[in-house]
Design a protein around this ligand. Structure first.
Ligand SMILES: [Zn+2]
Length: 309
């Protein structure tokens, strides 16, 4: 009789431990969010100061792509019709104040058009920009926006040899998906169309990682109507507590971290050198720190497709 009890008790324990193991559902962004926002702004002109402040007011994070050789200068840009537009660039010693809460990224030291120059000139444009910005900010520069938005597969491969891990084009997708190639990153839309897409993103409710990627130039906000639209956009999206506002570099690192996590039919292993990742289990959202393992219930759904973001 005692033996029967012990067998029954053993089975009970076994079943209880089975039930305690959760099922893997998928990866989320931090805090279990599925939506993210990138605000990426080019050139580093002094109008960035007001824009960065607007982002600060609404707890939004910008990614500012700077032409480091122009910092602190006034430069004339000849236009096709013969007139010249003058741009004033933020000063070198103000970067850590202006962009305190934002990512600082590269945009080519001199804003040369990458499709018109040699591979060596492209690498110089990128690497000199990285060196200058690193020296001025002591930050790790890992993001970039292509000058004039121009790139192609061979340029992207060249960029992959530098420390840059993501680079943005200006080819708007009007979609909220993540890119296939982080070095040819097509955004959702220019900020002039951001309000048009706002409602669709605020109401989007799907358990799948998505991204609203807005880009532009702060100097375009000399147009009052455009500035007012940007204020309205920031006010509205800043209130959404289910959207992760993040720099392009941090998002890219997070997506790479997810891809490094090993999910098999018994456990989830986050490698020691990886960042923390957030996971949805059948029992809820958990944060899995680097070097930790989670035991999960064996399930037919835990295949390789389920682990891709
Ligand atoms: Zn530019």
């Amino acid at each position: 009789m005692i033996r029967l009890y012990s067998i029954l008790y053993g089975c009970l324990l076994l079943c209880t431990s089975c039930e305690e193991k959760p099922e893997f559902v998928g990866f989320t962004y931090p805090e279990g969010k599925y939506k993210a926002l990138i605000l990426s702004y080019d050139d580093g002109t002094i109008e960035d100061i007001a824009l960065a402040k607007l982002f600060d007011q609404h707890n939004l994070v910008g990614t500012f792509n700077l032409n480091s050789e122009y910092l602190g200068t006034l430069r004339g840009w000849p236009q096709e019709k013969g007139d010249t537009i003058y741009q004033k660039y933020v000063s070198k010693d103000s970067l850590l104040f202006t962009y305190k809460n934002h990512e600082i990224a590269a945009h080519g030291a001199l804003h040369k058009n990458f499709i018109d120059i040699t591979d060596k000139e492209i690498l110089d444009e990128v690497n000199i920009d990285i060196q200058n910005l690193t020296k001025l900010t002591k930050r790790n520069i890992i993001s970039m926006a292509y000058p004039f938005g121009n790139t192609n597969d061979s340029i992207a491969k060249l960029i992959a040899t530098t420390q840059i891990i993501n680079a943005r084009t200006v080819d708007d997708t009007h979609k909220f998906h993540l890119p296939n190639n982080y070095l040819i990153w097509n955004p959702t839309c220019h900020d002039s169309k951001a309000l048009d897409n706002l409602n669709s993103y605020l109401t989007l409710n799907q358990p799948k990682l998505s991204l609203f990627y807005v880009w532009g130039h702060s100097w375009e906000f000399a147009d009052k109507n455009r500035w007012d639209n940007m204020v309205a956009f920031c006010e509205n999206i800043g209130k959404a507590n289910d959207i992760w506002s993040v720099g392009n570099g941090e998002l890219t690192q997070y997506l790479k971290a997810i891809k490094s996590v090993q999910v098999n039919d018994r456990n989830i292993v986050n490698p020691l050198e990886n960042a923390s990742v957030w996971i949805k289990l059948s029992t809820g959202i958990v944060k899995l720190e680097a070097g930790k393992t989670l035991n999960i219930k064996t399930t037919a759904n835990t295949d390789s497709r389920a682990i891709k973001p």
